[in-house]
Structures are given as structure tokens and as C-alpha cells.
Design a protein. Structure first.
Length: 236
């Protein structure tokens, strides 16, 4: 079973679409075929729902593998590095390592699960200010983040915020929620005779805007910062 999950997860990372929505069209009539909803379509709608449930279960398995296992973590890391590029600056990497170690210890004071799957991280050559946590506790920090803060303590607050998302598994949850919205909308649209579902999104390895658009998740993450005694001035 693990081999099957890993194979599916590898296919997702290779395609670079972990922020994805699977398109389920089998058994769902187009407008031309159905001419709108009638009683004859009820069985087809039920069939579409069954496809949806099966696909969701498979996607959840793959996300769980990527988000909670060391093997999945390495797949996410490799895909993220290939997508964003890697900066090997030894000075910045040493600073980043120190920040990550300190933040892990701080989080560990209130959440021991941080040690179940220790965070891995890498530096990108991007000069813009950004840091993000993907599935599997994979932290990506842009080179530019170091030049736009006064000191490492300020950057630690930003990384702590992102690690809060990682502790709450927000990226995996956000992707599953997006899958739900898109597929339920598609079933409804097809049942009413629609032929196209706008908004099918295939993103990169992760899409931090998905997480940050969820106010409930942001509130939850800020509460974690408060428990660590950290004021979060960077709700990014």
C-alpha cells in the first residue's frame, strides 16, 4: 500500500500540482448530451459523486504521505528545490539554520509534535521578501528575506508564523478544501447542463496564498504565536 501511495505522490510532485483540483468527467453528461437536468440524470449524478468520493480518498492518502512521513517530506523538498532553485550561500545558510533551530525549540515548548517530523529548509536565490512552509514541514526562504529585515529576530518571527501553518497542516487542509469546492461545483454545473467549470487551478508545489486567504487558519496560527510569546507583526 505504501508503494502505491508513494507512486501517486511522486506523480503529483513530478507534475508540480500539489495545489491542484482533479477533473472528474467520467459519467457526467455535457450540456449537449444531457440538455439540462432531468430525472434520467439522477443516476449519473450519483455516479459522479462516487467518483468524487474515491478521488478525494486517494488524494487524502497522497497528501498524508507527503505531509507526515520522512519519505514524503524528501519528495516535497526535492520538488520545491527544483521549482524554486537553491542558493548555497554558507553565511545565510548558517543564519537560517540558527533561526530554524531556535524556532523549533520555541515551538517545542508548547507543541512536542514539532519533533515528530523535524523541519527541513533551503534558501532560494530569489531577492524578494518571502518565506513559506509547504507540506511535510518543508521551509523555503528567499535570499531577499535576509536583506529586508533589521536582524535575525525579525526574520524568526516570520518563519515562526510559517511554521505555525506547518504545525496545523494548513497547506494540506487548504488543498483538500479547494478540491471539495471545485468538484462539488463541477458536479452541480454539469447536472445543470454546464460544459465548462471555471476556476480549475493547477498551481505550483504549494500556493501560500491559498493558506493565507483563510482567515480562520490565520487566526489559529496567530494563536500559536501568542502561546510561544511571540508577537506576529507579519501576518503574511
Amino acid at each position: 500500500m505504501r508503494g502505491k501511495i508513494k507512486k501517486k505522490a511522486g506523480a503529483l510532485t513530478a507534475a508540480g500540482i500539489l495545489s491542484l483540483s482533479c477533473v472528474l468527467t467520467a459519467g457526467v453528461p455535457s450540456h449537449a448530451e444531457a440538455g439540462g437536468l432531468d430525472l434520467g440524470d439522477v443516476g449519473t449524478i450519483i455516479q459522479a459523486g462516487a467518483y468524487y468520493a474515491q478521488a478525494k480518498a486517494q488524494l487524502k492518502e497522497a497528501f498524508t504521505y507527503l505531509d507526515t512521513t520522512p519519505e514524503g517530506q524528501q519528495e516535497v523538498l526535492q520538488s520545491a528545490e527544483a521549482n524554486a532553485g537553491v542558493d548555497d550561500d554558507p553565511v545565510l545558510l548558517e543564519r537560517l539554520g540558527g533561526i530554524m533551530e531556535n524556532m523549533t525549540q520555541a515551538i517545542g515548548q508548547v507543541d512536542q509534535t514539532v519533533y515528530d517530523l523535524p523541519y527541513v529548509y533551503f534558501l532560494t536565490p530569489d531577492e524578494s521578501f518571502n518565506a513559506a512552509c509547504s507540506m511535510g514541514h518543508v521551509m523555503q526562504v528567499n535570499r531577499g528575506a535576509f536583506s529586508l529585515v533589521a536582524n535575525d529576530d525579525e526574520l524568526a518571527v516570520v518563519l515562526g508564523h510559517e511554521m505555525g501553518h506547518g504545525q496545523a497542516h494548513h497547506v494540506a487542509k487548504a488543498n483538500m478544501h479547494r478540491f471539495d469546492r471545485v468538484q462539488l461545483a463541477k458536479i452541480g454545473a454539469q447536472a445543470l447542463g454546464g460544459t465548462t467549470l471555471a476556476g480549475i487551478v493547477a498551481g505550483g508545489l504549494y500556493n501560500s496564498s491559498i493558506v493565507h486567504s483563510d482567515k480562520r487558519q490565520e487566526k489559529e496560527e496567530r494563536s500559536r504565536c501568542a502561546l510561544m510569546g511571540v508577537y506576529d507583526p507579519f501576518p503574511i
